[in-house]
Design a protein around this ligand. Structure first.
Ligand code: ATP
Length: 323
C-alpha cells in the first residue's frame, strides 16, 4: 500500500538548511494499522505531507495506494484520505452539509454523498449532530468529523496526523475505539503519526520509530519491547540478601531495595517457578513477585540514549486498557 525508498525533504531557512526527513524507507501492506512514532520535530508530519502529495520530496521515490507519488499525484489523492492536525471542516459549516460537500468534491453523486454521510455519521457516533455548526462541536466530536471527512470517498488508505492530540482521556479512548472499529470492519489501511507511546502501543499492529529524520526502529509493539534487554523482575522475600545471591547467576542489573530484589532477565515469567523452588529449598518465603515488560519508552531510550518523554507532551491520563 505504501512503498517509499530514500524519501527525504529539506527546507531552506534563513539560518540554513533543515533536513526534516533524511531518507526514509517505508513499507505498509494493505490492511495494516501502522503508527509513526517520534518526538516533536522528528519528521513525522513532513513524511506524512510527502506521502499525501502535499509537499514534494527533495529526494527519493514512493508508490502510495498503487500510484507513483511524483508522476501520478492526482491518482494518489483520489485513493487516499488525509486527516491533518487541524482538520478540514470549516468552523461555520454544518456537519452534514460539510460531509456531503466533501463527497461531491471527490465526485460522488448527490445521492451517494448523502448516503455515505449518513453511514459515517452513524459509524463515528455523530448521530443527531448533522445540523450542528462545526464550531459548536466538542474536541472529540470535531476529531471524529475530521475522520469522517477523510473517509467520505471510501479511501483504501487513511493518513491520520496526531489523531488524539488535544483530546481529554475519555474522548481519546472513544476515538481509539472508532479507529479500531474502522480498521476491523472496513479493512482500511491506516497510517497515523503520534508522539504518544500509549497510543502507538494500544492502536498499532506495527510501529515505525522516527528520530531526527531517520527511522531508528520498526516492529510490532511487542517485538520492539523485546529489543530492550529483557524483563524486569521484582521479588519480595523474607531474606533479600540470600535471595540476591541466588538470583545473581540468573540475570543482570541486580539491586536489593529493602525486602525487594530486582533483576533483569530475557523472560521473567520463565525464571519465576524455578526461583520459587530454590527459595523454598533454602527456607526463604517469596512474599511478592512482579514481572515488568519493557515499555516503548525503554525502547526509545535504548535506541537514542534519551527518553521520548523528554520531548513529547505528556499524554492525558488515565487511558483505557487495550481490549
Ligand atoms: N516549512 C518548514 N520550514 C522550515 N523547517 C521546517 C518546515 N516544516 C518542518 N520543518 C522542520 O523540520 C523538522 C521536522 O518537522 P515535522 O513537523 O515533520 O516534525 P514532527 O515529527 O511532525 O513534529 P511534531 O510532533 O511537533 O508535529 C523540524 O525541525 C521542523 O522545524
Amino acid at each position: 500500500m505504501i512503498h517509499a525508498r530514500g524519501l527525504a525533504r529539506s527546507f531552506r531557512t534563513r539560518r540554513g538548511t533543515v533536513d526534516a526527513v533524511s531518507g526514509v524507507d517505508i513499507d505498509v501492506s494493505p490492511g495494516e494499522l501502522v503508527g509513526f512514532l517520534g518526538p516533536n520535530g522528528a519528521g513525522k508530519s513532513t513524511t506524512l505531507r510527502m506521502l499525501t502529495t502535499l509537499i514534494d520530496p527533495t529526494a527519493g521515490t514512493a508508490t502510495v495506494a498503487g500510484h507513483d507519488l511524483l508522476t501520478e499525484p492526482v491518482a494518489v489523492r483520489r485513493k487516499i484520505g488525509y486527516v491533518g492536525q487541524n482538520g478540514g471542516a470549516g468552523p461555520d459549516c454544518r456537519v452534514g452539509e460539510e460531509l456531503v460537500l466533501q463527497g461531491r468534491l471527490y465526485g460522488l453523486s448527490a445521492a451517494d454523498a448523502a448516503r455515505r454521510a449518513a453511514e459515517l455519521i452513524h459509524d463515528l457516533d455523530l448521530t443527531g449532530l448533522d445540523t450542528r455548526v462545526v464550531s459548536t462541536l466538542s474536541g472529540g466530536q470535531r476529531r471524529r468529523l475530521d475522520i469522517a471527512m477523510g473517509l467520505m470517498h471510501l479511501p483504501t488508505l487513511l493518513f491520520l496526523d496526531e489523531p488524539s492530540t488535544g483530546l481529554d482521556p475519555q474522548s481519546r479512548a472513544n476515538l481509539w475505539g472508532h479507529i479500531r472499529g474502522l480498521h476491523a470492519e472496513h479493512g482500511t489501511t491506516l497510517f497515523l503519526t503520534t508522539h504518544y507511546l500509549d497510543e502507538a502501543d494500544a492502536l498499532c499492529d506495527r510501529i515505525l520509530v522516527i528520530d531526527q529524520g531517520r527511522i531508528v526502529a520498526e516492529g510490532t509493539p511487542d517485538a520492539l519491547k523485546r529489543r530492550v534487554s529483557g524483563d524486569l523482575v521484582l521479588v519480595g522475600t523474607t531474606d533479600p540478601a540470600r535471595t540476591a545471591q541466588l538470583v545473581e547467576r540468573l540475570g543482570t542489573e541486580l539491586t536489593v531495595d529493602g525486602p525487594s530484589v530486582r533483576f533483569r532477565v530475557d523472560d521473567g515469567a520463565a525464571v519465576l517457578p524455578g526461583l520459587l523452588r530454590e527459595l523454598d529449598a533454602a527456607g526463604i518465603t517469596m512474599t511478592s513477585a512482579e514481572v515488568r515488560r519493557p515499555s516503548l519508552d525503554d525502547v526509545f531510550l535504548t535506541l537514542t540514549g534519551r527518553s521520548l518523554r523528554e520531548d513529547a507532551p505528556a499524554a492525558p491520563e488515565p487511558v483505557e486498557a487495550r481490549p
